[in-house]
Design a protein around this ligand. Sequence first.
Ligand SMILES: *[C@@H]1O[C@H](CO)[C@@H](O)[C@H](O)[C@H]1NC(C)=O
Ligand SMILES: *[C@@H]1O[C@H](CO)[C@@H](O)[C@H](O)[C@H]1NC(C)=O
Ligand SMILES: *[C@@H]1O[C@H](CO)[C@@H](O)[C@H](O)[C@H]1NC(C)=O
Ligand SMILES: *[C@@H]1O[C@H](CO)[C@@H](O)[C@H](O)[C@H]1NC(C)=O
Ligand SMILES: *[C@@H]1O[C@H](CO)[C@@H](O)[C@H](O)[C@H]1NC(C)=O
Ligand SMILES: *[C@@H]1O[C@H](CO)[C@@H](O)[C@H](O)[C@H]1NC(C)=O
Ligand SMILES: *[C@@H]1O[C@H](CO)[C@@H](O)[C@H](O)[C@H]1NC(C)=O
Ligand SMILES: *[C@@H]1O[C@H](CO)[C@@H](O)[C@H](O)[C@H]1NC(C)=O
Length: 406
Amino acid sequence: MRSRCRLFYLFVVSVAVVLLGPAPQAAEAQNAAAAAAAAEKEILLEFKGNVTSDPGGRLASWVAGGDPCRDFVGVFCNDAGAVVKILVHGADLLGTLPPPSPASDPPDNFSLRQRLLRRGPAGTLHKLNVSRNLLSGEVPGFLGGLPGLRLLDLSYNHFSGEIPAVLFSSCVRTRFVSLSHNALSGPIPADIANCSRLVGIDLSSNNLTGELIPQICQPPEINYISVRGNSLSGTVTDKISMCQSLELFDLGAILSPEREKLGFFDVSSNELSGGIPPSIANCRGLRFLDLRFNNLSGSIPPEIGSLKSLSILRLGNNAGIRGSIPAQLDGIELLQILEVQDLQLSGEIPITLSNCRFLLELDASGNDLTGVIPDTLYNMTYLKHLNLHQNQLNGSILNLGPALKS
Ligand SMILES: *[C@@H]1O[C@H](CO)[C@@H](O)[C@H](O)[C@H]1NC(C)=O
Ligand SMILES: *[C@@H]1O[C@H](CO)[C@@H](O)[C@H](O)[C@H]1NC(C)=O
Ligand SMILES: *[C@@H]1O[C@H](CO)[C@@H](O)[C@H](O)[C@H]1NC(C)=O
Ligand SMILES: *[C@@H]1O[C@H](CO)[C@@H](O)[C@H](O)[C@H]1NC(C)=O
Ligand SMILES: *[C@@H]1O[C@H](CO)[C@@H](O)[C@H](O)[C@H]1NC(C)=O
Ligand SMILES: *[C@@H]1O[C@H](CO)[C@@H](O)[C@H](O)[C@H]1NC(C)=O
Ligand SMILES: *[C@@H]1O[C@H](CO)[C@@H](O)[C@H](O)[C@H]1NC(C)=O
Ligand SMILES: *[C@@H]1O[C@H](CO)[C@@H](O)[C@H](O)[C@H]1NC(C)=O
């Protein structure tokens, strides 16, 4: 286990270090490049050698007689023959990758890492995707120190333990990080705010606890946040409010409402409480809002109706949400999915809902809705899925439109 772990560490670090080596002159350069290529190949082969199970034969092309840049499937090089990408995702590779501890590293290896971390924005390894394998152990924190890394995908593995804060220590170039579908626990490190160019973070389906920290909304370009399926607590209010205040700040300063870019906000299946703040209207770029399976209360703010880009709105299974379905939802012209099931909604289904012409799915089951099912729902062309059971609605659905029959 230990050696496998160290191997992975060595693998990534060495590949990066080799690529980062100083650029020598002429003939020396050729020798250095050849040596670097040989070292890379050796590392790749060692990595393969320590993989105990490769059911799909994904590493079959990684053989001693081959040229990594030309022959090794999943290895990509730049023009200079240096490895820039290693993509061995979805291979069911079996291995264990606990983090290397500096104390137990031989001094040379440690200094290699130091060199790597010191070197600044010169690293060539910019994409590491080992998604969908069976890798376990802790998330190797040093990955956060790879200066060129833009995309890190460790999703669908068996990584456990806490998310190391150092993963976000020099992530100035990082655009997307996915740690989803692992067995990670503990809090989300606030250091994530240091990733100033982060566009997306997916931490879904882990076992994270603690507050859903507002820092997650801090990187100015962030537009994809998913923490679905964890045990995070706190309120969602300050997060969305933060989105508001930042926008106001930006607007006041230089008319760059970055917050408008937040397009995907999925915090479903946690234990968040509090209400949905009207300030959500400031997240004008929001396309996907999923707050299902939390502990939210209050009413659905009519301001949601001003979110013109929203196409999916899921609020279901929050036992504390009451009040009525706001008639203003008809302002969401592109709404395709509206899920408000298993809340405590009362009142009538607003007839204006039929103005959401592109609605495909409406689930308002398990509420206390009363009155008649509006016949304007009958002519909604695209409606495919209508679920109103367990309410106190009156009337008949016999007339329901042709779309429902198809
Ligand atoms: C496994 O990794 C070790 C280094 O940790 C290396 O010495 C050994 O050669 C590798 N095994 C194979 C079969 O490549
Ligand atoms: C990583 O590879 C998987 C395929 O196994 C793919 O679905 C995923 O999109 C890749 N990750 C990124 C961030 O491109
Ligand atoms: C680094 O560690 C590996 C085993 O973990 C070892 O085989 C190798 O010799 C070390 N490298 C140096 C330069 O000490
Ligand atoms: C993130 O930035 C803060 C402030 O600059 C710093 O104190 C902290 O150490 C950084 N986090 C990491 C993991 O480097
Ligand atoms: C999640 O964490 C709790 C304790 O924090 C633990 O009891 C539980 O087994 C963990 N679940 C998983 C799937 O790891
Ligand atoms: C859910 O929210 C209510 C207040 O709205 C609070 O009293 C309760 O403790 C919360 N439950 C959980 C599991 O957080
Ligand atoms: C449905 O029909 C009514 C009149 O019967 C009309 O006012 C309304 O605009 C129609 N809605 C759609 C979405 O076509
Ligand atoms: C059900 O609807 C009919 C006509 O649409 C109305 O006469 C009746 O009072 C309604 N019942 C209830 C309980 O709302």
